[in-house]
Design a protein around this ligand. Structure first.
Ligand code: SF4
Length: 278
């Protein structure tokens, strides 16, 4: 059966200005957050980043509206001159290699500025576009880590839950290439969603990729922010699942424990090192 996707047919791009490029991060092991874009064209149906975006239009139309921080590089140059070097998360609430980066190069320029100034960069993406910048990542490999998010290796399922993102098969190839280049890599298995990607077979395939590439596997269960319920429910229905059943299960302690058990078993069986996200 061919499943229809919820991929947005039109993305509205506009420019915006920012006063700060580097902001304090609340994430473990990350000192600063850097988000070159406001919004994310990958439009993942489970994405709760929209709950942290101040721009009402971007939050409301998540996945269909992206604002480009047109003065980001000028502001970043000033920020790196006044701030103590630390670890920068690129990016924390958007994907730094979403499609518009191919023409705007804000993530590429940011990498160069940060690394030349002595900062470390921990970047996370769902896109093989990151390979465009492998020259920089290799040159500064002692101060960069690259994470690829792979919720499932089934492209047809990812097309439903992550309609604007590149297929996981392409992400897996990118992870292999980065790892083979000597770059420290990690793999984010999240969110794990009941009935979608919580079965042992699905998790084991992802864990095997982590083991093959020497990537730390970081796993995270579905986080049910109110803002995601509409888009996630639509995707679940497309997959033939009952959204209420999935959501109730995701809230149960028994399921949370079972996911942790499944991931840990898959990691033990494949030889992958794994840790929970938080
Ligand atoms: S790639 Fe990340 S930031 Fe972008 S929509 Fe998906 S989960 Fe959200």
């Amino acid at each position: 059966m061919r499943l229809s996707t919820t991929k947005p047919t039109f993305i509205k791009y506009t420019f915006t200005k920012t006063f700060k490029a580097l902001t304090p991060s609340g994430l473990p092991d990350i000192d600063y957050a850097l988000n070159p874009y406001v919004g994310c064209a990958h439009g993942c149906t489970y994405c709760y980043a929209r709950a942290y975006v101040r721009d009402a239009e971007v939050a409301r139309e998540w996945g269909s509206v992206v604002k480009i921080r047109v003065n980001l590089i000028d502001v970043l140059i000033k920020d790196v001159g006044r701030l103590k070097p630390g670890v920068v998360g690129l990016a924390t609430i958007t994907d730094p290699y979403q499609p518009i980066e191919a023409s705007q190069h804000l993530s590429r320029e940011s990498l160069k500025i940060l690394l030349r100034a002595g900062f470390k960069v921990d970047l996370q993406t769902k896109s093989p576009l990151v390979l465009r910048d492998i020259d920089i990542l290799k040159r500064w490999r002692d101060r960069v880590e690259v994470g690829l998010t792979i919720t499932t290796l089934r492209d047809e399922v990812a097309a439903i839950i992550e309609p604007g993102a590149p297929p996981p098969s392409e992400r897996a190839k990118a992870l292999r290439e980065l790892s083979a280049s000597g770059i420290t890599t990690w793999l984010f298995l999240g969110p794990v969603i009941p009935g979608v990607n919580d079965d042992y077979g699905s998790v084991k395939n992802v864990a095997k990729l982590a083991a093959d590439t020497g990537s730390l596997l970081i796993h995270d269960p579905l986080r049910l922010k109110p803002q995601i319920l509409k888009t996630l429910s639509q995707a679940l229905r497309t997959l033939g699942l009952n959204p209420n059943n999935v959501i109730n299960k995701a809230r149960s302690k028994a399921w949370l424990q079972s996911v942790r058990d499944v991931v840990e078993k898959a990691c033990t069986d494949t030889g992958a090192e794994c840790v929970p996200a938080f």
